[in-house]
Design a protein. Structure first.
Lengths: 335, 335
C-alpha cells in the first residue's frame, strides 16, 4: 500500500450498477483529492461508464467476469471466490486497500467479510451500525441486524465500537451512549439489558453513559450512540423509515389536495425542499460492519450516485479517523 | 347489571383529572345515548366538574377518598383496595360493569386487573394492544409492552386475540395477520418467530395469515393485525411516535422559517390542519389489555378530553362487538 488512502469498490452490486457506483465516485472526487480507488468488476463496462472527470491516476480497474447477484442467498453469493465482491474484500485482507464498500447483496457481503477478515481481539461478534438523524446532529446506532440475539458482552463491545465509530465520524463531539429499552427506570428491560446497564455504569470508559433511551427519544439528541441487539435495532430502524415515508406521503397528498394548496406549496417550495433535504435518506446512506480488523461498508442497494458518494465520505472519515486503532485502544481499556 | 351497557370509569387518573375524564364523558355522550357510566372517585370533585350537559340518569358516582398516584410503583399502587382504580376494576369483576377504563398509573392498573379478573381459558398471558394508523385505515398491534418475553403459544394467542379485537372494532373489514420480523423470507428471525410462522400457516383460523411484516411495512395497509412480543412492540411503537414528532417539528420549523413560508402556510392552513388531524394521536388513544375475562382500557395519561372520549368509543365498540365472546369462540377453534 502506498501513502494514499485506498478504497476498494465492488462496482457490480445494487440497482443501476456499475453506473451509479461510478457516478458516485465522480461526485466524491469533486471534493476530495487524496483517496485512490481500486474498482472491481467488468473492465469494459466500467471504462464505458466512468466519467471523464475522474482522472485516470485516481483509480485502478481490477477485471473480473463474475459478480454476486442480488437474489443469491448469502451462502451462494459467498461461494464463488472470483466475484467482484470477493476480490474487493480480499484486497482489504491483503492490505492492498484500507476499506471496502459494496452496494450489493448484504448477506453475501457479510459472509465474505467474515470469511476473509479476522475479528479484532477481545471482540466476540461484529455489528452492523448506521447513522440516524437526531434534532442536534447524528446518532450512531448498532446493531441493526447482524446478530439476532446478543449477550451482555456483545452489547458492551458494541458500546466501545459505537463510540469509536462516532468519534471517527464526529471528532469534535462527545459520545453519549445509551441502551435502547422499554423504559428509562433502572429496573426495566430483560436480564441482558439490566446486566449491561450495571457493567456500563461501573467500567472505565471514554464516553458518557446515559442509561436507557426509549424509542420516542432516539431522535431528541440527548444521546448519540444507541446500543441494541440486531433484532430490535432492525425493527426500530425500519419502523422509523416506514413512519417517515407514511408521513411525507400523507403530507404531500394533503398539501396539494386543492388549488389553494398547490399554489401555496409552490410559493413555499424552497422551504419544502429544505425539509425534504433534511430527511433525505441518501444523507444517512451506508451501514458499517464493525468488529473486523478492517471495516466493511454497505451502501443501500437502491440508493443513487449521490447516496453512494455519501457512503464514500463515510469510508474516508473511517480511514482518516483511525477507527480500527480507536476500537483496539478502547477495548484494551475496558477488558 | 341492567340492559344498558355500563362503563366503569376511574375518574382520578392521568394529567388534569378528574376534569378531563369528565369532559371526555360529556363529549362522548353528545353522540351516544345507550351507555351508562359508573364513575369512581372524589364525589365532591366529580359533581363540581361534570358538565351540566351530561344528564344525571346517565351516571352514578361511587365515592372514594383514595386514588393511585402516577408516581407510585405498580406494586404500591395496587396495595390499597379502596382506590378509585381498584373499585372500578372490582366493579367489572362483580359484573356491575361491562368494561373498565382509566387514564392513571399503567403498571398499577395491570396489576389490579390481573389480581381481580380471571384469564380467559386456554390463554396464557394477557397482552397490551393498541391502534396504529396505516395508509388504508387502522392496525391493531400487540403486545405493546405487557410481556417482555413471549413463547410461540403466546404469539399464537395474541393472533387470536388481535383478530377478535380487530373484528370488534372494524366488523366489515377482513383481519390480515402478520408477525413483525426483520425480513420477509421464511427463514428469517429467531426460533420462536419461525415456529409461530409454521403454526399459523397450518392451524384452522378465521383470518388471513400474511406471514412476516417488516418495520417499514407496518403502515402500508397490506396487513392490519400485527403480532410481536412486548419488548419489540414497545420499541417499535415509541420509535414511530418519536419519528413522527421529529418530522412534524422539523416541518413546522422549516415551513415558517421566513416571511414567504409563513405567508404560504397561512394560505395552506386548512390543508395543514387536515394533515395534523390525520396524525392526531388522540385518534388512536387507548391501549387495551386483552386476555382477561373482561377487557381493561388504558387511556394515555397525558391525553385531553377529546382523546379520552375516543377511548370511550373504543370501550363501546369492544362491548357491542362482543370481544370476549369472540376470543373464547376463536380460541376454542384453534386448540
Amino acid at each position: 500500500m502506498n501513502n494514499k488512502f485506498i478504497i476498494a469498490v465492488d462496482a457490480m452490486g445494487g440497482e443501476g450498477s456499475p453506473k451509479k457506483v461510478l457516478d458516485g465516485i465522480s461526485i466524491f472526487c469533486e471534493k476530495n483529492n487524496d483517496i485512490f480507488f481500486k474498482i472491481f468488476g467488468d473492465k469494459n463496462l466500467i471504462e464505458k461508464n466512468i466519467s471523464k472527470k475522474v482522472n485516470k491516476d485516481r483509480y485502478d480497474i481490477i477485471h473480473t467476469d463474475d459478480f454476486v447477484k442480488d437474489e443469491d442467498s448469502a451462502f451462494m453469493g459467498a461461494k464463488n471466490k472470483k466475484t467482484s465482491m470477493w476480490l474487493a474484500v480480499e484486497s482489504v485482507k491483503n492490505k492492498e486497500a484500507n476499506i471496502v464498500i459494496s452496494a450489493g447483496n448484504t448477506g453475501a457481503l457479510f459472509v465474505i467479510a467474515k470469511l476473509n477478515i479476522e475479528m479484532i481481539d477481545k471482540i466476540d461478534k461484529p455489528a452492523l451500525s448506521g447513522l440516524w438523524p437526531n434534532k442536534l446532529g447524528m446518532n450512531v446506532v448498532l446493531d441493526l441486524g447482524a446478530n439476532i440475539e446478543c449477550s451482555e458482552k456483545n452489547l458492551l463491545d458494541f458500546s466501545i465500537m459505537g463510540t469509536s465509530l462516532f468519534k471517527s465520524l464526529f471528532p469534535s463531539e462527545e459520545a453519549k451512549v445509551a441502551l435502547l429499552n422499554i423504559g428509562s427506570e433502572e429496573g426495566k428491560g430483560n436480564e441482558t439489558i439490566k446486566n449491561t446497564y450495571q457493567r456500563l455504569s461501573t467500567v472505565k470508559k471514554n464516553f458518557i453513559f446515559k442509561g436507557y433511551v426509549e424509542g420516542n427519544n432516539i431522535m431528541t439528541g440527548d444521546v448519540n450512540v444507541i446500543i441494541t441487539d440486531g433484532f430490535t435495532g432492525n425493527i426500530a430502524l425500519k419502523t422509523a423509515e416506514g413512519t417517515a415515508s407514511f408521513i411525507t406521503s400523507e403530507l404531500k397528498k394533503i398539501l396539494t389536495s386543492n388549488f389553494l394548496g398547490k399554489f401555496s406549496s409552490i410559493i413555499n417550495m424552497k422551504n419544502l425542499n429544505k425539509f425534504k433535504d433534511k430527511l433525505d435518506p441518501r444523507k444517512y446512506n451506508g451501514a458499517i460492519l464493525i468488529g473486523l480488523k478492517s471495516p466493511v461498508v454497505k451502501s443501500h442497494g437502491s440508493t443513487d450516485s449521490v447516496g453512494f458518494s455519501n457512503s464514500l465520505s463515510v469510508c474516508e472519515k473511517i480511514i482518516k479517523g483511525n477507527l480500527i486503532d480507536k476500537i483496539k485502544e478502547n477495548i484494551n481499556d475496558i477488558y
